[in-house]
Ligand binder design. Structure first.
Ligand code: PPS
Length: 333
C-alpha cells in the first residue's frame, strides 16, 4: 500500500472503530441491525461513512443538499432537482436528457455513499473537483450534517412522506435488497420497532421535526416538502422549488410548459422505463442490488393494503403525540 492510501485507510478506520463501539439494536426492520448515535439509529454499514461525512465535508454556498428519511421520494426529488437546476444545459423535453440514460442516484449521489465507496482514498479531491452547483442527498438527521452546512448558505430541501407509506415502502425495498441467505424480521415485529423509533435514520418523528424546525428558522435556506403535496400538485411544487433554488422559471418557460416537461420527465412511469433504472445496479458488494428496487407503486395510501386500521391508528397517534408542539402536523394527508 502506498503511503497516502495507508493514511486514508487509517482515517476511515477511526470512524469504523467509533461506529463499532456504538450501541446496536438487536434487530432491524429488514435483515440487519442498526447502530445508535446521538439519539438516531443508522444502518450499520452507513454509520462510519456518516461520521466521516459529518467531520470532513465542507459545504459551499452553491451546494444543494436533498434530505429524506428512506423511502420518502428521494429518487423522485433527485430527478426533479437535477432537471430543474440543469435545464439550461439539458432541456427536460429533449430525448437525450441525462435522466434518460443514468440513474438519478448517480447524477445526485448520496454523500454517505461517496464516503462509503472511498474508504481507501477519501472523496475530498473528488468533491473539490465537482463543478457548482453540487447536488447531494443525505438520509442523515439535521444534527448529523457537517457543521459547515448551516453557515454556508447552501440550500437544503427536505422531503417528508406519510410514515405509514414510507414503512410499507421500506419493507418492500428491504425484502428486495436483502443479502442472499439472510432472514427478514417479521412484519409485525418490524412495525413495533418502527413505532418504538428503531428504523433507519429514525426515530422518524425526530428526523422530521429537526428539519421542520430548521425550515421555519431559515426558510431561505431550508425548504420542507411533502411527498403527498408533490403528488397532488407536482407542477406547482416544482415551480416553488425552482424559486427556492434561486433559478425560478421565466414567464417564457412557464408559457412554453417547461415545468410540466420536468414533471413528465421525472414521472414514475418515465423513470421506470429508463434502461439504467431497470437494469442498472446500485451499491457495491453485499449491498448491491438492481436500481429497479427504487421504483415500485409511488402511491399515496398504499399502507391500506398492508396495515390494519389499528396499526395505522397506533402510528398516527404516536406521530401526533411526538410532533405536538413542533408546529408540524401530518394530519390530513
Ligand atoms: S431511497 O432508497 O430512500 O432512495 O428510496 P426513495 O426514492 O426515497 O423511495 C422510493 C419510493 O418512492 C417511489 N418513487 C416515486 N414516486 C413518484 N414518482 C417517482 N418518479 C418515483 N420514483 C420512486 C417508489 O415507488 C417508492 O415508493 P413505493 O411506495 O414503494 O412505491
Amino acid at each position: 500500500m502506498i503511503v497516502g492510501e495507508s493514511g486514508c485507510a487509517d482515517a476511515f478506520s477511526k470512524y469504523e472503530a467509533l461506529a463499532s463501539a456504538l450501541p446496536a439494536s438487536r434487530q432491524g426492520l429488514g435483515s440487519a441491525p442498526y447502530r445508535k448515535h446521538d439519539g438516531f439509529w443508522y444502518p450499520e454499514h452507513l454509520m462510519a461513512p456518516t461520521l466521516a461525512m459529518r467531520d470532513t465535508f465542507t459545504a459551499r454556498p452553491t451546494d444543494v443538499i436533498l434530505a429524506t428519511m428512506p423511502k420518502s421520494g428521494t429518487t423522485w426529488l433527485k430527478a426533479i432537482v437535477y432537471s430543474v437546476v440543469h435545464r439550461g444545459r439539458h432541456a427536460p423535453a429533449r430525448e437525450r436528457h441525462p435522466l434518460l440514460a443514468t440513474s438519478p442516484h448517480e447524477l445526485v449521489p448520496f454523500l454517505h455513499s461517496l464516503y462509503e465507496n472511498h474508504r481507501a482514498a477519501p472523496p475530498g479531491p473528488l468533491l473539490e473537483g465537482m463543478p457548482p452547483p453540487r447536488l447531494f442527498a443525505v438520509h442523515a438527521p439535521f444534527t448529523a450534517l457537517p457543521a459547515s452546512v448551516p453557515g454556508s448558505g447552501c440550500r437544503v430541501v427536505y422531503l417528508c412522506r406519510d410514515p405509514k407509506d414510507a414503512f410499507v415502502s421500506l419493507r418492500h425495498y428491504l425484502g428486495e435488497i436483502k443479502p442472499e441467505g439472510s432472514e427478514m424480521t417479521p412484519f409485525a415485529e418490524a412495525f413495533d420497532l418502527f413505532c418504538g423509533g428503531v428504523s433507519p435514520f429514525g426515530p422518524v418523528w425526530d428526523h422530521m421535526a429537526e428539519y421542520w424546525k430548521e425550515s421555519v428558522a431559515r426558510p431561505g435556506e431550508v425548504m420542507f416538502l411533502r411527498y403527498e403535496h408533490l403528488k397532488e400538485d407536482a407542477v406547482g411544487t416544482v415551480r416553488r422549488l425552482a424559486e427556492f433554488l434561486g433559478c425560478p422559471f421565466t414567464d417564457e418557460e412557464v408559457a412554453s410548459g417547461v415545468p410540466e416537461a420536468v414533471v413528465a420527465l421525472c414521472s414514475l412511469d418515465r423513470m421506470r422505463c429508463v434502461r439504467a433504472n431497470r437494469d442498472g445496479v446500485h451499491g457495491t458488494g453485499r449491498w448491491s442490488f438492481k436500481n429497479m428496487a427504487f421504483f415500485r407503486k409511488g402511491e399515496v395510501g398504499d399502507w391500506k393494503a398492508h396495515m390494519t386500521p389499528e396499526m395505522a391508528q397506533r402510528l398516527d397517534g404516536i406521530m401526533e403525540e411526538k410532533l405536538r408542539g413542533s408546529g408540524l402536523s401530518l394530519a390530513g394527508n
